[in-house]
Design a protein around this ligand. Structure first.
Ligand SMILES: [Zn+2]
Ligand SMILES: [Zn+2]
Length: 324
């Protein structure tokens, strides 16, 4: 099969390798779509020992297996189903297995991968291939983040909310906030096209760096240190700053009066529990037109090196690697 190899220093090549051999409890999946994700700029720059790609949709190709032919997404965290987290439904925080698909185990920038059976999320036939991967990071992660903080910042309370970063996660966050009943949603981003898209989704612009308005809920999706630190300043008293974006670098914070002299919640969330999946399918089902606007490119594996560079430069929202 063909696979992408991430060498680091922004170099990606293709290689011919044997198809993976599924271990016990795993099935072989033929990949149909893998969405490019901003977090993959890490292996793009630093290199990876396994094939990256973690927003994977494909078809189980395991003749004789009960799941053969099943259209499925791949849930990133491998989980045991029995530990203290898994038994209360927190499959994304499994205490006994710490493996992520596309990070610790080979992912979806390849024609095939082996998938642990419990990580298969079956996708109904009315969800088209191009939209299916959005159910993971774009919808799943943001929906979970907002469901998690809802009790601290209920939708019906007065006051505006802010989404910082209008990439796929931020745009998914705007839709998630609306679906959960929030009104008066502001958005900040440096890129005009992304702001225009966010505006067409019903969010109002908030200038990057502007500190005069206070927000009762801030969903930080950029991962930028400046946005995180400013978020601590402009979150209203009793408000919530939810950190969803990722950043590997040290984050030094200069405390000031705006940060120190108030009570506020700062919350980190990660991915989503498998139990959320059915509800998220309903969201996608009734809002396909808007979600389709996030998928702005589709291309084959041969174009991945060039398309990844274009994506990393910020030129695309949610491009899909496609195997048709
Ligand atoms: Zn991702
Ligand atoms: Zn577990």
């Amino acid at each position: 099969m063909q696979t992408a190899v991430f060498h680091g220093e922004r170099r990606v090549t293709l290689a011919e390798v044997p198809r993976p051999e599924p271990s016990a409890g795993e099935v072989l999946m033929r990949v149909r779509r893998t969405a490019l994700c901003g977090s993959d700029t890490k292996p793009w720059i630093k290199g990876a020992t396994v094939t990256p790609g973690h927003e994977i949709f494909g078809i189980v190709e395991q003749p004789g297996h009960r799941l053969h032919g099943q259209r499925s997404l791949v849930y990133i965290p491998v989980f045991c189903g029995q530990c203290s987290s898994c038994t209360i439904g927190d499959t994304h925080m499994c205490q006994s297995i710490s493996l992520l698909m596309g990070w610790d185990k080979p992912g979806g920038y390849a024609e095939y991968l082996a998938v642990p059976e419990q990580c298969l999320l079956p996708v109904p036939d009315d969800i088209e291939d191009d939209l299916a991967p959005l159910l993971l990071d774009t919808i799943g992660t943001t929906a979970h983040a907002i469901r998690f903080v809802m009790r601290l910042a209920p939708p019906d309370d007065p006051g505006p909310v802010l989404v910082t970063g209008a990439g796929p996660v931020g745009l998914g966050g705007i839709i998630a906030l609306q679906n959960l009943g929030y009104r008066e949603i502001f958005v900040s981003d440096l890129k005009e096209e992304r702001l225009a898209l966010a505006e067409s989704f019903g969010a109002k612009r908030h200038p990057v760096g502007e500190a005069s308005r206070k927000f009762r809920l801030i969903v930080e999706c950029s991962g930028a240190h400046a946005a995180r630190s400013l978020g601590m300043e402009i979150v209203a008293p009793r408000g919530v700053l939810a950190l969803v974006g990722e950043n590997d670098n040290p984050w030094p914070v200069q405390e000031n009066k705006a940060i120190r002299r108030k009570d506020f919640h700062m919350v980190r969330t990660f991915y989503f529990p498998v139990g959320d999946f059915a509800a998220n399918i309903e969201w996608l089902r009734r809002d396909k037109t808007r979600y389709r606007r996030l998928v702005d490119a589709r291309f084959g594996l041969a174009a991945l090196p060039q398309m990844f560079a274009r994506f990393a430069a910020g030129g695309l929202v949610k491009p899909m690697l496609a195997f048709d």
